[in-house]
Design a binder for this molecule. Structure first.
Ligand code: MG
Length: 382
């Protein structure tokens, strides 16, 4: 089991739940990072006494350093600070709970330091999955998914020694709050409607992605990268109850599923205790009381974000970074109520249409594609 971690993005939903697991399992927290929420970061630092805390900018770093005077906690800032937190010698694992592409460079630092990386950030794998996985191999870093679907697949694959045994990965999808609606109806939904997820409590960005089904699209690409399978080997099935977290179909016809009460602390705990399972307070899954488990195909007409992501999975190259960058920018505009819900897929489609793709991109080409996609969305939304 992991003894000490660096936690990138400690004040968000996954970050706070990771600290619950650290309290429960007695795991030391050697470094904490956050973007701007320094009040919570200060409370976390006082409780966990990490060696290092890092924030994005100088000003909050100075403020925080003042508040933590005398506690023997170093305060760093900027990309350099995040990278140091990600590669701290005493941490044997790094949890990447930062939202969006901002996680990419700090994550690479963790991978290059040969850490166990508990991956809670899907955007990084979507944009630069091939590079991340190759680099991990080179530096002996262990990549363990925290996303509930990918953790489920990872758990189902324990004991399978040969990737050739996998016939299909079946990603389950709750369908989000707008399941069953037609495209015109979905397009009119408001910010408050989109933030009402049926089964999971999460940050705003991912909750909106769940409503457009872009989240499942990103997870489709994430699954291909993590488990080295082709797009034809990944399927999405709507499963409203979120009891089955995903499945693997093997070539002999066996289908393994991982089930449980929806709670992100399970995949977080497993990523930190792997290959062991530790005790938890998670309420037991009561099969006799749970609703009937249902399955349905996703509606790619009503939810074009999922279809575009599946197309990008097949195209590869920088298209996945364009898809992700455009989506991040569009979701941010929607959060600020500057565009409608229906404009999110339209703006992503426009960016994919306008920005030419590059095959086998290097890191700087991925970052450039991301920037171009964001600029394209901001320009189109004016
Ligand atoms: Mg997920």
């Amino acid at each position: 089991m992991v003894k000490a971690i660096s936690l990138l993005g400690s004040t968000g939903s996954i970050g706070r739940q990771t600290l619950d697991v650290c309290r429960e399992q007695g795991i030391r927290v050697a470094a904490l990072t956050a973007r701007t929420s320094i009040d919570l970061l200060e409370r976390q630092a006082r409780e966990f006494r990490p060696r290092l805390v890092a924030v994005n900018d100088l000003e909050p770093a100075l403020e925080l350093a003042g508040r933590l005077t005398g506690l023997d906690i170093e305060v760093a800032y900027g990309l350099d600070g995040l990278r140091r937190a990600a590669s701290l010698p005493e941490s044997d694992a790094v949890v990447t709970a930062v939202v969006g592409m901002a996680a990419l460079l700090p994550t690479m630092a963790a991978v290059e330091a040969g850490k166990r990386v508990a991956f809670a950030n899907k955007e990084t794998l979507v944009c630069a999955g091939e590079l991340v996985m190759e680099t991990a191999k080179r530096y002996g870093a262990e990549i363990i998914p925290v996303d509930s679907e990918h953790s489920a697949i990872f758990q189902c694959l324990q004991g399978s020694r040969d990737r050739g045994e996998i016939k299909r990965l079946i990603l389950t999808c709750s369908g989000g709050p707008f399941f069953g609606l037609r495209r015109e109806e979905v397009a009119k939904k408001t910010r408050a409607d989109a933030l009402r997820h049926p089964n999971w409590t999460m940050g705003e960005k991912i909750t909106i992605d769940c409503a457009t089904l872009m989240n499942k699209g990103l997870e489709f690409i994430e699954a291909m990268r993590l488990f080295r399978v082709t797009p034809d080997q990944v399927d999405v099935v709507i499963h409203r109850q979120s009891i089955i977290h995903s499945m693997v179909e093997f070539r002999d016809g066996a289908v393994l599923a991982q089930m449980g009460t929806p709670d992100m602390r399970l995949p977080i705990r497993y990523a930190l205790t792997y290959p062991y399972r530790e005790k938890s307070e998670l309420p037991a899954l009561d099969l006799l009381r749970c609703p009937p488990l249902t399955f349905a195909p996703p509606d790619l007409e009503a939810f074009p974000c999922l279809r575009m992501a599946m197309d990008c999975a097949r195209t590869g190259g920088t298209s996945c970074a364009v898809l992700n960058g455009a989506n991040e920018a569009a979701v941010e505009l929607f959060r600020q109520e500057r565009i409608s819900f229906g404009q999110i897929p339209d703006l992503v489609a426009e960016a994919l249409d306008k920005i030419p793709g590059i095959h086998h991109p290097a890191m700087d080409e991925i970052l450039e594609a991301d920037q171009k996609a964001r600029a394209c969305v901001l320009e189109a939304a004016k």
